[in-house]
Design a protein around this ligand. Structure first.
Ligand code: FAD
Ligand code: MLT
Ligand code: ZN
Length: 475
């Protein structure tokens, strides 16, 4: 499947042999998986668009075991595919050929939590939602949240530098991650698992691994700064008559809500159709061309409610918003968030999904969606736009009944060229993985690309870590 759609040649790595399996069995007894059902699930990505043919999956529990495995693979020239929750959107989490899958599923222990500073140190395979529950029980929240929280691992989040739904409030993992423990391709353990907020001793090496998508090292533990849990959370779900109003509503709410604004998400009418039709969710507001979800998080409920009401009154009075609903209780909050968070799930039920994750200037952010609808006509089943508007991040998705080469050709490189023309990014938060690696040059100059290739060669001279991913193949 993968090789038919994307021309790629297997590099001359060794093929895992019976002797290799026996060696792995000695390193992690009982955790060398060759079961075909488990492998089938781990060989295919969440979107079911790329599929590898690995015959072995390893489940280490400790960093020492990871180090031992990598030392062995390095020596034997065996390719390795690090895998967390396998929820990645760019085909980076599954093998292309027969790479060994190195899963963090059993590396799921919290190492420490400091109840004053809110610093959490944990193994890379902890599931994001479980970490959220752990820190919330102690009066803190994770600085990131995303629709895949129930399955994605914190190590996978760091490896992809996931953005998500709290980015507007707490910023990038480049700021909230305080330290990492990483095992390098040759098995060296790099312990930079600091819990310090400030540490200017030399180059900040951990930053290299945040967003490196498993190509520079295997993240085995993460130290992350958790903010205090907000006392009051409100969500408003609003209908807007046009994209201009979506933008003006954003400006208005930034002005009126100020420091309590914690999320500003948008979705178009097609997205609402998808979640209603495929997931049977109900819309809480009248049908509108656009919808926005605004979240506030603050420390005093009455103060936040007052601010939110002032904002809503003004937005309704001026016609920026035509209908809306507000939630404070947990059940209704969740139901409103589901309308936005579950769009990707609804899309995957609509057919084959062509997924683009772009950073664009907010003023022109939706133009590409309108432009593509006209350009593609009946070639596409649906062209939809949604995303983290507060961060300038558009999720542009196109569906068709089945994979279509001509539709893909109509989309690429057109979408990338359009984005480059706006000086945008061809990957805002999902990374490049397997499917977007050749688009890197649309957003980075040749000198940056060369330096990336040199860094890869320095840290992984044999290229065994997640080959065929993130960087374009070298001539
Ligand atoms: P995987 O998918 O297993 O792996 C992703 C990449 O990281 C691969 O290249 C893999 O090799 C590498 N990797 C994994 N673990 C390690 C490790 N320990 N060390 C080194 N490399 C590793 N992303 C966003 O940014 N924002 C969103 O809002 C968002 N929402 C999503 C909603 C849904 C429903 C889904 C399915 C995905 C969403 N994503 C989002 C995509 C996002 O990239 C992933 O959900 C998440 O960050 C990946 O974590 P994972 O554990 O599943 O990693
Ligand atoms: C989202 O914001 O919903 C995620 O990034 C997933 C997606 O883009 O489909
Ligand atoms: Zn997103």
């Amino acid at each position: 499947l993968t090789q038919e759609r994307y021309p790629v040649k297997r590099l001359p790595f060794s093929t895992p042999s019976e002797a290799d399996l026996a060696a792995f069995e000695r390193i992690i007894p009982g955790r060398v998986v060759t079961d075909t059902e488990v492998l089938a699930a781990s060989n295919v990505d969440w979107l079911r668009t790329v599929r590898g043919c690995s015959r072995v999956l390893l489940r280490p529990r400790t960093s020492e075991e990871v180090a031992h495995i990598l030392r062995y693979c390095h020596e034997r020239n065996l390719a390795v595919n690090p895998q967390g929750g396998n929820t990645g959107m760019v085909g980076g989490s599954v093998p292309v050929f027969d790479e060994i899958i190195l899963s963090t599923a059993l590396m799921n222990q919290v190492i420490s939590f400091h109840s004053v500073s809110g610093t959490l140190v944990c193994q890379a395979g902890c599931i994001l939602e479980e970490l959220s529950q752990y820190v919330e029980a102690r009066g803190f929240v994770m600085p990131l949240d995303l629709g895949a929280k129930g399955s994605c691992h914190i190590g996978g989040n760091v490896a992809t530098n996931a953005g998500g739904l709290r980015f507007l409030r707490y910023g990038s993992l480049h700021g909230t991650v305080l330290g990492l423990e990483v095992v390098l391709a040759d098995g060296t353990v790099l312990n930079c698992l600091s819990t310090l907020r400030k540490d200017n001793t030399g180059y900040d090496l951990k930053q290299l691994f945040i967003g490196s998508e498993g190509t520079l090292g295997v993240i085995t533990a993460v130290s992350i700064q958790c903010p205090p849990k907000p006392q009051a959370v409100n969500v408003a779900f609003l209908g807007c008559p046009g994209f201009a109003e979506v933008l003006q509503t954003f400006s208005t709410c930034k002005g009126l809500l100020g420091e309590i604004l914690s999320a500003y998400e948008f979705m178009d009418a097609e997205c609402m159709w998808l979640v209603r039709h495929h997931l049977h969710l109900t819309s809480p507001v009248q049908e509108s061309p656009f919808y926005v979800l605004i979240e506030t998080s603050g420390s005093r409920a009455e103060h936040d409610a007052e601010k939110l009401n002032d904002f809503l009154e003004q937005a309704l009075r001026s016609g920026l918003v035509t209908d809306g609903t507000v939630a404070t209780d947990q059940m209704k909050l969740k139901a409103l968030w589901a309308l936005r968070e579950r769009i990707s799930e609804a899309l995957s039920r609509d057919g084959y999904v062509y997924k683009y994750d772009l950073s664009l200037p907010t003023d022109t952010l939706y133009d590409l969606v309108t432009d593509l609808r006209a350009r593609l006509g009946s070639q596409a089943k649906r062209v939809v736009g949604y995303g983290h508007l507060g961060d300038g991040n558009l999720h542009l998705n196109v569906t068709s009944e089945d994979f279509s080469r001509s539709l893909l050709d109509a989309l690429e490189p057109y979408v990338y060229e359009w984005t480059a023309g706006q000086r945008g990014s061809v990957s805002a938060e999902h990374g490049l993985g397997f499917k977007k690696k050749d688009a890197l040059h649309y957003s980075k100059p040749p000198a940056a690309l060369r330096l990336m290739q040199q860094l890869k060669a320095l840290l992984d001279p044999k290229g065994i870590l997640n080959p065929y991913k993130t960087l374009p193949a070298q001539a």
